[in-house]
Design a protein around this ligand. Structure first.
Ligand code: HXC
Length: 261
């Protein structure tokens, strides 16, 4: 069945991943209620779909997303924001998704767009990518985790600089600072992200989910607790057939055939 969304384009690939393209070109993919709702709905719809074991989230050449939709936000009152729990549902759906999401960023990733990219598991950027938290220019502050995730990604000095001045970081600075994992030529961005997604989708889904959970745990625990959690999860992976298959395939010099069991 085709996925029908008004602000997203969905392409499912036989290798076991999906490419989700934010599609509000008239507003540089600004995140409005419809778009964030549809993104949350799509993630929910594939949470238990074995045919989608990794997601690539991307935008247009000009903009991954230029932030939350300012025109939609402008007249909101505190009561509206509080009762609607502005963007919390979308944030939580992306943050709690158990399979990897790769952000493939070209052009602007600003405000909520930068926050959405940082909510993904890693960011592959094109040479044209520009990251920023320019909310201060609008008299506000980041609201979907940007002040926290940017600081953890690039450290206080750069996060404070970007949040207080609203300046943008180009792709080279973003890679130097640890915000993005790779920078590639603009016309290679999607191929690079697709190849990474196909590679992940070909692994044991159990090991993929465990690795994601472990790296994310590093942000929430002490080193000692994190290492204990890793040890326990590592031990538990020996309960799965995929561990037997992966190691047998290495010994027998063949490709593993993981089943997710
Ligand atoms: C609504 C937006 C938008 C946004 C761009 N557009 N960004 N609409 N919300 N965030 C619209 C413009 O109004 C314009 O529509 C069209 O997209 C093209 O944008 P231009 O400004 O004409 O393009 P350009 O001159 O190339 O400038 C690109 C830009 C600029 C530098 C990215 O658009 C810009 O500064 N955008 C705002 C970035 C920003 O402040 N983001 C943070 C938002 S606050 P029309 O109809 O006029 O042609 C936020 C808070 C998150 O994200 C927390 C939420 C809880």
């Amino acid at each position: 069945m085709a996925d029908a969304y008004s602000t997203l384009l969905i392409e499912r690939h036989a290798d076991g991943y999906a490419v989700v393209t934010l599609n509000r070109p008239e507003a540089l993919n600004a995140l409005n209620t419809t778009l964030t709702g549809e993104l949350g709905d799509f993630l929910e719809s594939v949470a238990d779909d074995d045919g989608v074991r990794c997601i690539v989230l991307t935008g247009s050449v000009k903009a991954f997303a230029a932030g939350a939709d300012i025109k939609e936000m402008a007249d909101q009152a505190y009561a509206d924001m509080y009762r609607g729990n502005f963007f919390a549902r979308a944030h939580d759906r992306v943050a709690s998704f158990r399979k990897p999401i790769i952000a493939a960023v070209s052009g602007y990733a600003l405000g909520g767009g930068c926050e959405l990219a940082m909510l993904c598991d890693f960011i592959i950027a094109s040479e044209t990518a520009k990251f920023g938290q320019p909310e201060i220019n609008l008299g506000v502050a980041p609201g979907i985790g940007g002040s926290q995730r940017l600081t953890r990604a690039v450290g206080k000095a750069k996060a404070m600089d970007m949040c207080l001045t609203g300046r943008m970081m180009d792709a080279a600075e973003a890679e130097r600072s640890g915000l993005v994992s790779r920078v590639v030529a603009s016309d290679a961005l999607l191929d690079e992200a697709r190849a990474a997604a196909a590679k992940i989708a070909g692994q044991s889904i159990l090991a993929v989910m465990a690795n994601k959970e472990l790296v994310n745990a590093a942000f929430e625990t002490t080193l000692t607790q994190g290492v204990v959690f890793e040890r326990r999860l590592f031990h538990s992976l020996f309960a799965f057939e995929d561990q037997k298959e992966g190691m047998a395939a290495f010994v027998e010099k063949r490709k593993p055939a993981f089943t997710g069991r």
